[in-house]
Design a protein. Structure first.
Length: 124
């Protein structure tokens, strides 16, 4: 039996498959630059997948999305089933702007658009 966990997120996440460039310094002190994917995004965080470089909780990494970049702190790291790539939850540093605000707006606008009124209802 699976026990449901309370959702601790403070803001909604947008499911997406977004190609990014990620850079930083790995656990061995070596610089890295590689492609990764954002799977869920929000104004202040993301879930990254496909990282091959070892990072740990507390590390600061950079993310380039299109022409926008921002720094994020690693919250947690999990390895995939094969053990060679990681999923990394990150939180944006408050001093940096969100690199994907238009993607969040598109998703929230499509979710909040009012439905067309039924054909038999009077027009105001």
């Amino acid at each position: 039996m699976e026990i449901p966990r309370p959702d601790r997120r403070r803001e909604p996440r947008t499911p997406i498959d977004l190609n990014l460039l990620v850079w930083g310094i790995d656990i061995h002190g070596e610089r890295f630059l590689q492609e990764a994917h954002a799977r869920d995004i929000s104004l202040s965080g993301a879930l990254l997948s496909g990282l091959e470089t070892d990072v740990r909780s507390g590390d600061v990494i950079g993310v380039l999305c299109g022409q926008r970049k921002a720094r994020f702190r690693v919250v947690w790291v999990r390895y995939d089933d094969a053990g060679d790539k990681m999923m990394v939850a990150v939180q944006r540093l408050a001093s940096d702007e969100c690199p994907w605000p238009e993607l969040l707006n598109e998703a929230s606008e499509s979710d909040s658009k009012p439905a067309d009124p039924p054909a038999d209802s009077p027009n105001p």
